[in-house]
Design a protein around this ligand. Structure first.
Ligand SMILES: Nc1ncnc2c1ncn2[C@@H]1O[C@H](COP(=O)(O)OP(=O)(O)O)[C@@H](O)[C@H]1O
Ligand SMILES: [Mg+2]
Length: 397
């Protein structure tokens, strides 16, 4: 039986591989560990695995006791420790350079700068005055964002000089270190889910994204598969395939975000893991692909899993109330029972005072629907939403 080390992950990750004949060791942080993980794992080491040095020394000890065949992570903060372990122990897993180039957005832009993969003007800034001069040189709106951000935290669109100071401070406040500024690529947003084996990229789905819009662009929903002209779809698939090859991604799922601007598709960010925001669930239930299971089977040398038949399409919608007091919430259970609803989470409660949405973490829940096609999935989502009544009043000053 192959011995696989998984760094981080949620219960869903472990549920997907519950019955696979592999010996599992798990590194988990104390906030995320659960009884289910303890049951599934042969060994469970609870510590802050984001400390790469500690993760590596734990892995070395584990490797001595019971040689590890492969290491993998499906979660943002586990990717780099897993890649460090893979490289040091010389075992199977995700390429460290591909992880570095996607975890660090400045490194990604520097990498793309010399390649023919759709130019985006960018700069790494250490001061507000550097941001100001970049804004002037672009002559149009820019995006200010932390190099290692997620969930739109610290992301702001800036279109005039007087916005620079506060945007820079906000981005800096979220994550220390240099701030990335980019020309604003105006156009619809998509994400591309893929699975790579031996350097070959299989594009599984293109998903359309909706956001709160300027200034923060917090994700409010996803539609899979996106409705796109055949030529635009081919261009997108081509760009993402070239991008994944260029960063040296040779194994596993990837989630690449793009905007189609006036000069064509442009990479916004890449991740060598399945898409978050329940996009992974759409990939599973609508496209019939369980990428966690496929990854583990591949790493463990198990025969490829027969794929299930996905329903065809799906959509995700988040609860994103802001600047209100929640007075009453009704119909959540009825909505959960509606046809095609595979997930409904809602933390809204009477009496809550909700301030502005500052990142994805401030959203109050999600509805995930699947259907035979996008029209069907969206209709089912709308049916569920129609069953929910949320009454609000203005936030007192
Ligand atoms: N250069 C850009 N042009 C246009 N929009 C951008 C750009 N960079 C980021 N955005 C917007 O901000 C959102 C969040 O940025 P992103 O780089 O994806 O950070 P995060 O890791 O927080 O998701 C994107 O989904 C997009 O809407
Ligand atoms: Mg993003």
């Amino acid at each position: 039986m192959a011995h696989i080390l998984i760094v981080g992950g949620h219960d869903e990750t472990f549920r997907m591989i519950e019955d696979l004949p592999v010996e599992l060791s798990v590194f988990q942080n104390s906030e995320s560990v659960t009884a289910q993980q303890a049951r599934r794992a042969h060994r469970l080491c609870v510590f802050d695995y984001r400390n790469h040095a500690e993760a590596l020394s734990m892995a070395r000890e584990l490797h001595e006791v019971e040689p590890v065949d492969a290491v993998v992570s499906f979660t943002e903060h586990g990717l780099m420790p897993a890649a460090v372990i893979k490289e040091a122990l010389g075992i199977k897993g995700n390429a460290r350079e591909a992880v570095r180039l996607t975890r660090d957005k400045i490194a990604m832009r520097e990498h793309l700068a010399g390649r023919d993969l759709g130019a985006v003007r960018t700069r790494s800034c250490h001061s507000a005055s550097e941001v100001r001069s970049f804004l002037q040189s672009v002559g149009g709106p820019i995006i200010v964002k932390p190099a290692e951000g997620a969930g739109s935290s610290g992301v702001l669109r800036v279109s005039s000089l007087d916005q620079v100071e506060s945007a820079f401070a906000c981005s800096r406040g979220e994550y220390p270190g240099p701030t990335l500024v980019e020309e604003f690529i105006d156009g619809p947003e998509y994400s591309v889910e893929s699975f790579t084996m031996d350097g070959r990229h299989d594009i599984i789905a293109v998903t359309a994204k909706t956001t709160t819009g300027p200034p923060r662009y917090i994700e409010t929903g996803h539609l899979m598969p996106a409705v796109l002209a055949v030529s635009a779809l081919a261009e997108l698939r081509g760009l993402v395939t070239d991008f994944l090859s260029s960063i040296g991604h040779s194994f596993g799922p990837a989630h690449t975000e793009v905007r189609i601007g006036s000069a064509g598709p442009r990479i916004i960010e890449g991740n060598t893991r399945p898409g978050g925001d329940f996009i992974w669930e759409l990939v599973h239930r609508a496209m019939g692909r369980d990428l966690v299971r496929e990854s583990i089977c591949h790493l463990a040398g198990l025969p490829p899993q027969s794929r299930t038949l996905g329903l065809g399409a799906g959509c995700v919608a988040f609860f994103g109330y802001e600047n209100v007091v929640i007075e009453r919430v009704q119909g959540i259970e009825a909505a959960r029972q509606a046809e095609g609803i595979i997930r409904l989470q809602c933390s809204l409660e009477p009496g809550q005072h909700l301030g502005p949405l500052r990142s994805s973490a401030d959203r109050q829940g999600v509805i995930v629907a699947v259907g035979t096609d996008l029209v069907d999935a969206e209709r089912r989502l709308a049916d569920a939403q129609a069953r929910i009544r949320v009454e609000t009043s203005p936030l007192p000053h």
